[in-house]
Ligand binder design. Structure first.
Ligand code: TRP
Ligand code: ZN
Length: 896
């Protein structure tokens, strides 16, 4: 039986509440199954809103008492619903006291107050606070919080909440308490509480204005030796926000807590950030370079939220990208600066490009596919059933691209002026995306009305480019045409403002000075053109010969560029484009072309042949020692399977997988000498340090091992076996293991076993081990399907369906990172998917919903696969007691 459909919430329905809250005083008497929460709310009528009752939200609360101004409410003034209480009150002020009882132990959704490894933790964004106590749970209600936490001293010696510690003491029966006061107004989604047995790494720092602040990093006992990198990252983030935006830490104390069970990456609760342990803990033996990088950027992201999100917050959840897009942009800029600093003057540009390429890769794999499916939404959605489903690549990553375009259009100074004005207007307020863009517009005296369409139109715009060379007058006319395909509920789109960074390359491979018709210009070699109409033309003059266009340099807009280039031209740009992003992109386009052609051959049962010119172009990049290893690693990594499936019509994962297996094996075998000498020459000597230069070399060596193992090159496999056994750091050890597994060489099994024995006690390391096997390829069609191994691994004592990291590693690794196996033609993967989504949904809808999304783009697949997927989607849709989270995903997937 299917449950009632969740109501649809519309952005246009926003209205301020009749009553708001000014002060909150919370008391928690912690108990595993019966925590009592006493909440005193000072409520005030909102003079700007229409008259009405006090509205409170609640979910799974046992209400013990409720008084209004110290008295039982008069008959008929309180209306109680399952998730809503309405209270009629006379006058303009009222004090409510509400006592609720909650069961943290039974809270498997990890939203609200829950337990993890003996401790208590909270997660309130987006709507988790209502699972703690009755409250107007929306971000435009901003109040001052005081919190008293009372708990068992032996099991929970550490009691934390937002702000400053103002009192602590002993209580009878082995209990103790701590009282915290947050001096800043905040919405309840930024409330946090932690009570657990933790140890701390501390550091005192001075802010730019000379105030001393205490930085604390709380982790479980035994993990202190993995905290240094996160602390360093935090200090770097503080400095960067001071230097780049003049924004200082506003609290005396800033805490980060690591927790093992967490639905997402981390949470920016005011003064008390709570992190998935995965984004805190690192030491060389357990964390890879990529882990170090992610930790740095997530620490920065949450820290930056203190201003973009907390000091200025969102009026309603439709504005989510106001804080997320902007904060992702800020963390991307931070990481780029950190990489550039470490690389030194000479390597800075390449280091920045490598970071940009990383970000573009994520956008293309995760966001473009979202735009192409039933969940497509503008960065500011118009409606939702479950807000947790909208913490998406669109809101985050495309949101960051939109901010980046503003940065490009206004220039760094103009952007900074706009940010300054934004804070001067809106500090302490809950605002909208319009407020943000208006501040930027006013500070720069530019009209951004048309630009606002980026906030309301969904879909990935296509920019079609054509060039026309006129030999007679030495001019080159570039025509750019834009078009955004329809998305669900949005058939017709208007032209957007699209900044297109353009360069022209001469026959010798160097950039030509750009001279636009009728314009006196200093001969810059890259210029940003603003495409604002459906079609526009630009005429470049003074050219001696036909140039090669290099468009969308630095990926200057989140669009798909359509440009007809033959193989020779792609190879030329792979070798010469001065814009590293475009050089990488040329390699990606060429590889895409080759892979899709191979996939078509595989689907038709034809023999697979890798074109020699591609191998030559690839080999030239491989051995170009002028290129930074980190860049080479990017350029020699094939486009992601997710991205390629998006480009395939219809998507045929088995054929694509066959193509990838063939191409990686061929590149490994044919270029085995190059790969081997590269692996030798670039091996990083000495002790591990997290440094981008070393990381780039390790990445390229690991890539070499991958190709060598894929090509079953004996010496390469032997090298990978050695490194998987005796590497001195996780990057090398895991890189070698991954090469063996992806190469499906016989030695992989023993290496996996040894790895497991070595790290059997280490949950975070085992996540890698699970994910690696879930994502394995079968190079021998007679080998057992990966699904069987996934089922076996679910029974491993180290696996747990209640730990999100484990689910993302093993099930996510299979559903999302292994399309070639998940989409097995017998439909076995789909039945398994339905079974797991239903099981997960009963315990944790947020996690289930993320897994459910693995099939949302099912209509892009071959008719045979679609016929197998549909009944499984229907099975999930019809499951008993389905959550609104999963209900929204499968509902939209099945809608006509
Ligand atoms: N605001 C968090 C961030 O981006 C995201 C987040 C953390 C979240 N935990 C969550 C979102 C739980 C929804 C549900 O930094
Ligand atoms: Zn965020």
């Amino acid at each position: 039986m299917r449950t009632e459909q969740a109501p649809i919430i519309h952005r246009s329905d926003y209205a301020p509440l009749a009553w708001t809250v000014t002060r909150v005083d919370l008391h928690f008497a912690l108990d595993p199954q019966a925590t009592v929460v006493t909440s005193r709310l000072a409520c005030r009528r909102n003079p700007e809103a229409a008259a009405g009752p006090i509205l409170l939200d609640g979910e799974e609360l046992e209400t013990l008492s409720l008084t209004v101004n110290g008295l039982d409410p008069a008959a008929g003034t309180v209306r109680r619903g399952e998730t809503r209480i309405e209270i009629d009150v006379e006058g303009d002020e009222a004090e409510l006291e509400i006592v609720t009882r909650i069961n943290p132990q039974a809270n498997t959704a990890l939203s609200g107050l829950y337990r993890s490894r003996g401790g208590y933790f909270t997660q309130c964004e987006a709507e988790g606070f209502r699972r703690i106590t009755w409250y107007p749970d929306r971000p435009d209600v901003m109040a001052r919080f005081t919190v008293t936490v009372e708990g068992d001293k032996a099991t929970c010696p550490v009691l934390l909440s937002n702000g400053n510690l103002v009192e602590e003491g002993e209580l009878p029966d082995g209990r103790h308490y701590a009282r915290w006061e947050d001096p800043f107004l905040k919405p309840c989604y930024l409330f946090a509480l932690v009570a657990a047995d933790l140890v701390v790494l501390e550091r005192r720092e001075l802010t730019a204005s000379g105030r001393e602040v205490l930085l604390q990093l709380w982790v479980e006992k035994g993990n202190l030796d993995r905290t240094e990198h996160a602390m360093e990252s935090l200090v770097h983030s503080m400095r960067w926000d001071e230097d780049s935006f003049g924004l200082e830490l506003d609290l005396d104390r800033f805490m980060i807590v690591a927790v093992s069970d967490f639905n997402m990456g981390a949470m920016e609760n005011k003064g008390l950030n709570i992190f998935n342990a995965k984004y805190v803990l690192a030491k060389p033996d357990t964390a890879t370079d990529t882990d170090y990088e992610h930790i740095e950027s997530v620490v920065a992201h949450e820290y930056f939220h203190n201003w973009t999100g907390n000091r200025v917050t969102c009026r309603d959840w439709f504005q989510l990208t106001l804080k997320e897009g902007l904060t992702v942009f800020r963390d991307q800029q931070f990481s780029a600066d950190m990489l550039a600093n470490a690389a030194g003057a000479e390597g800075a540009d390449s280091a920045r490009a490598v970071k940009r390429i990383d970000d573009v890769r994520v956008l293309r794999a995760a966001q473009f596919s979202e735009d192409a499916g039933p969940m497509a939404h503008p960065i500011r959605p118009e409606s939702y059933q479950e807000i947790n489903n909208f913490y998406t690549a669109t809101v985050y990553e495309k949101g960051a691209e939109v901010i980046r375009m503003l940065h490009t259009l206004l220039g760094p100074e103009g952007f900074r002026n706009g940010m300054d004005l934004y804070f001067s207007y809106h500090d302490g307020q809950a605002v909208t995306c319009d407020d943000f863009v208006e501040a930027l517009s006013e500070a720069n005296g530019v009209d951004l009305d048309q630009f606002m369409r980026w906030y309301s139109q969904a879909g990935t715009p296509r920019v079609r480019a054509t060039g026309d060379w006129n030999a007679a007058d030495g001019s080159y006319t570039l025509t750019l045409a834009q078009h955004t395909p329809p998305t669900p509920g949005q058939a017709d789109k208007l032209p957007l403002v699209i900044p297109v960074a353009v360069g022209l390359i001469g026959a010798d491979g160097t950039d030509l000075p750009l001279q636009l018709d009728g314009e006196q210009h200093g001969g810059a070699t890259t210029r940003v053109l603003q495409l604002t109409e459906a079609t526009q033309q630009w005429r470049f003059t003074g050219l001696a010969a036909e140039p090669v266009p290099s468009l969308l340099r630095g990926f200057s807009a989140p669009v798909i560029l359509e440009l007809d280039e033959d193989d020779a031209r792609l190879a030329f740009r792979m070798a010469h484009d001065s814009d590293a992003c475009n050089r990488w992109d040329a390699a990606q386009r060429y590889a895409e072309r080759v892979l899709l052609a191979l996939a078509a051959d595989a689907a038709a049962g034809r023999a697979l042949n890798v074109p020699a010119p591609f191998v030559e172009a690839f080999a030239r990049l491989l051995s170009d020692e002028r290129l930074d290893p980190a860049f080479r690693a990017q350029a020699l990594t094939l486009p992601s399977e997710a991205y390629l499936l998006e480009r395939m019509e219809p998507a045929d994962p088995a054929a694509l997988r066959a193509a990838q297996i063939h191409l990686t094996a061929a590149l490994g075998k044919v270029l085995s000498d190059d790969w081997q000498s590269l692996a030798e020459a670039l091996a990083v000597p000495g002790e591990y340090r997290y440094h981008p230069a070393d990381a780039g070399r390790r990445a390229l060596v690991n890539l070499a091992l991958r190709y060598l193992a894929a090509g079953q090159v004996e010496e390469g496999v032997a090298l990978a076996v050695r490194r998987s056994e005796s590497a001195t750091n996780m990057t090398d050890r895991f890189g070698a293991l991954a090469a063996l597994v992806h190469g499906a060489v016989p030695a992989a099994q023993a290496a996996l076993g040894a790895f497991y024995r070595r790290y059997r006690e280490d949950a975070l390391v085992l996540d890698k081990w699970f994910a690696l096997q879930a994502g394995a390829w079968r190079r021998d069609p007679a080998a057992a399907p990966v699904l069987g191994r996934v089922r076996e691994l679910m029974a491993d004592p180290a696996f747990s369906l209640s730990n999100p990291n484990k689910v993302y590693a093993l099930l996510g690794g299979f559903f999302r990172a292994n399309p070639g196996e998940f989409h097995a033609v017998d439909g076995s993967g789909y039945a398994f998917w339905a079974e797991q989504v239903i099981a997960l949904d009963a315990a944790n809808p947020q996690v289930a919903s993320r897994m459910a999304r693995a099939l949302e783009n099912w209509r892009r697949f071959t008719p045979a696969l679609q016929a197998l997927i549909r009944p499984q989607l229907e099975r999930v849709r019809d499951a008993d007691g389905l959550s609104p989270d999963v209900g929204e995903i499968v509902g939209k997937a099945l809608a006509d």
